[in-house]
Design a protein around this ligand. Structure first.
Ligand code: SF4
Ligand code: NI
Ligand code: NI
Length: 707
């Protein structure tokens, strides 16, 4: 088979090229020059994952390249050898790319992303391995024309597929104004060898979420096969090095589809499909990706790729709320006779009556009837409004309740989007996402000022009642906590215990969410755990939780405390919003967030910290948490509570805002406590922040020693 020949010759060329570049680099910088990718705890992830060699300096790379060349490059043309040649090519590409980072700090220029950092991995890797994102398409080469490529990409985006791009397709897409960029889960990696960043992203998913130790080649490959549903689309004329790299993909279990005729196909692995409208379907089939398709009768594309899209004021046809006009959204539970299933009513002007650049009020009332619906689920379902609207291409939504802020782009208006289409999206989504609790849905959209003033009163009353109920929801006031095992798909020993006052560490699963999810799928990842006998009130240990965690963690974690960081704390998987770590010198704890990429006083960035405490293990002194856990009255009470916090990034202070101040007051720390917490503007080492803490008389300094 000609492809095998290409894989062999390509692997020889790629490894030779890597050797030449390496020799040059060693000559220029010396063998001790450090080599690493930016913002990752996994060094050179292909090598870390497959063979586990520790690469720190460029001199470390020579024996590795040598080894892979001797063990893997085989002339005999078989499928097995082609895959080994592919593996060698992955090593070569990793070396070539890493060397680019030796020469320059950030070698990739706009629009290319180059290496995808750990924060990006944590943001998009989790939905990838838990199949929220159903798959990944790696597109390389140059398409027959820009229009067809753009159309194919849009098709994949509307299916929710993550895209990794390399070569000329990127320019072709930009030319067509296609949605390209991190915000669209469509990564323009760069030119040719940069495609390795798709590969090292995939391998890191196994290391970070699968808890697979470095160098466990078979396990790493098995994880790729099971959890990373990727395939490759090769467009335009191929060459031997690309062919070899494609066999690297096949080695990982990712099939290839090409638009170029082949003298011989490899069934299931390397197939020809000239029709761009059929390529996505074939790729999905070969990789065994099944899509849950919800047909929503609106003129715009709906998909997670459009969730992160921002619509600037100048690009908006009309905007609603955000303090400029009255707005609200409300999900309410109603009785069967109070609604008409599928009905959408628009009260007030439709979009055609709204001039470009105008501001209107908007009320979105979603009435839901369901035999298993509970009032407690209203808030859970209402938060989905944000996601569901944002999934629309050309729609933008921020904040919630009577603060919500919505824009419709000029593009969406031109495509024919109507106000009533908000209703179409919401009805379709609620029915498909929550079939067990949602039987009937009706949506009322209000753009009339007089009517909205009337209806917003109903909404505000409902919010108030809900908040009161939430306030009363304390760990003491309920009989059951919930487990969450959702992350076990990639962190097999990880168990979250979610209580009313401790949100899951991903920040996305509250006690009410877990309760609703249990109602929707009784055998699902959220199980009620009756509290029963309490073994330690202060640290928060219950016999029933211990038992559940022991069984749920495949008998690796015997005991767990809910309210402390220091003694048998909860495990961390991979998707924590924030991480806490102790600062011995300051006698306190610090917190850093996924959004903060800078250094912290514990000497580690978020990425490095995540690497030390993730993967479902108990690491006293370190713990992944949801951001909102900080403002809970059950925030590490056994360790001194909020008063222990001596450092956090400014970003987190701003994010929690007034709520953090209120939590401090409630904890008896006073209104000015937040100003006593150091941040990166004060310092990023313990030595730097200590004088500040002393000057502010931070309470942690006079607390009992942490250790
Ligand atoms: Fe994962 Fe815990 Fe969030 Fe559940 S609550 S999704 S287990 S992090
Ligand atoms: Ni959007
Ligand atoms: Ni998780």
């Amino acid at each position: 088979i000609e492809l095998f020949k290409g894989a062999y010759e390509g692997a020889v060329t790629a490894t030779s090229y890597a050797e030449i570049l390496l020799a040059k680099a060693i000559k220029e910088y010396g063998p001790d020059r450090p080599v690493k990718y930016p913002d990752t705890a996994y060094r050179l992830p292909v090598i870390t994952s497959l063979s586990g060699e520790e690469v720190n300096k460029i001199g470390d790379l020579a024996p590795i390249l040598n080894r892979i060349r001797t063990t893997n490059i085989k002339e005999e043309l078989t499928f097995e050898n082609a895959k080994l040649n592919g593996e060698a090519t992955l090593y070569a590409a990793e070396v070539i790319e890493a060397l680019r980072y030796v020469r320059e700090e950030k070698p990739d220029k706009y629009p290319y992303t180059g290496f995808l950092t750990d924060p990006i991995l944590r943001k998009f890797g989790v939905p990838l391995v838990d199949f929220t994102i159903p798959g990944v398409a790696v597109i390389l080469g140059k398409g027959k024309d820009s229009k067809s490529v753009a159309k194919m990409v849009k098709d994949l985006q509307s299916k929710g597929i993550m895209l990794m791009l390399a070569n000329e397709v990127i320019e072709q897409l930009i030319e067509e104004d296609a949605k390209v960029g991190v915000d669209f889960i469509t990564f323009p990696l760069g030119n040719f060898t940069q495609v390795i960043h798709a590969v090292n992203f995939a391998f890191r998913a196994g290391l970070a979420f699968g808890g697979i130790p470095a160098g466990q080649r078979e396990k790493a490959l098995d994880y790729q096969a099971r959890r990373v549903r990727a395939f490759v689309i090769q467009l335009g004329p191929n060459d031997i090095v690309k062919t070899a790299a494609e066999f690297g993909a096949i080695f990982m279990g990712f099939p290839v589809v090409t638009d170029q005729p082949l003298t011989e196909e490899i069934p299931d692995w390397y197939q020809y499909e000239p029709d761009y409208e059929k390529i996505p379907k074939l790729g999905l089939e070969l990789r065994g990706i099944k899509l849950k398709i919800v047909d929503i009768p609106v003129p715009i594309t709906i998909g997670p790729a459009f969730e992160g899209e921002t619509i600037r004021k100048k690009d908006a046809h009309v905007e609603f709320g955000g303090g400029r006009s009255t707005s609200f959204e409300l999900v309410r539970m109603v009785d069967a006779e109070e609604l008409e299933d599928g009905k959408i009513e628009v009260i007030g002007p439709e979009i055609d009556e709204m001039p470009e650049g105008s501001i209107y009020p908007l009320g979105m009332m979603v009435d839901i009837f369901g035999r298993k619906m509970q009032e407690d689920f209203e808030g859970v379902l209402e938060r989905r409004v944000h996601y569901n609207i944002n999934y629309g291409e050309g729609l933008w939504h921020v904040a919630q309740r009577d603060m919500c802020w919505v824009r419709i782009s000029k593009g969406a208006k031109a495509a024919g989007f109507k106000i009533r289409d908000f209703g179409e999206i919401l009805i379709a989504k609620y029915k498909s996402d929550y079939p067990a609790i949602v039987d009937r849905v009706q949506v009322t959209l209000i753009t009339d000022q007089a009517v909205i003033e009337e209806k917003i009163k109903i909404a505000r009353e409902r919010y108030k009642a809900r908040d009161l109920r939430l306030k009363g929801l304390t760990d003491e006031s309920v009989d059951v906590f919930y487990s969450c095992l959702l992350c076990q798909s990639f962190a097999p020993n990880h168990v979250c215990i979610v209580s009313p006052e401790r949100v899951g560490l991903c920040g996305a699963v509250s006690w009410l969410d877990a309760k609703a999810s249990n109602e929707i799928t009784p055998t699902g990842p959220n199980q009620p755990i009756p509290k029963g006998e309490c073994l330690d009130e202060v640290k928060g240990m219950w016999a029933s939780m211990n038992e559940f965690v022991y069984n749920g963690s495949n008998r690796t974690i015997e005991e767990v405390n809910l309210y402390t960081l220091m003694d048998r704390p909860m495990t961390s998987c991979g998707c924590f919003e924030a991480i806490m770590a102790i600062l011995p010198l300051c006698n306190g704890v610090m917190i850093t967030t996924r959004e903060h990429s800078g250094d912290t006083p514990c000497g580690m960035t978020f990425s490095t910290l995540a690497g030390t405490c993730g993967g479902g293990t108990q690491t006293p002194g370190f713990m992944g948490i949801g951001r909102r856990y900080l403002i809970s009255s059950k925030f590490i009470p056994a360790d001194g509570g909020l008063g222990r916090v001596v450092w956090m990034p400014k970003e987190l202070k701003e994010h929690l805002g007034q709520e953090l101040v209120e939590a401090a007051v409630a904890a008896g720390l006073g209104e000015d406590f937040v100003s006593k917490i150091a941040d990166e503007t004060v310092g990023i080492t313990e030595e730097e922040i200590l004088p500040f803490l002393e000057e502010k008389q931070h309470p942690a300094l006079t607390m009992d020693p942490l250790m």
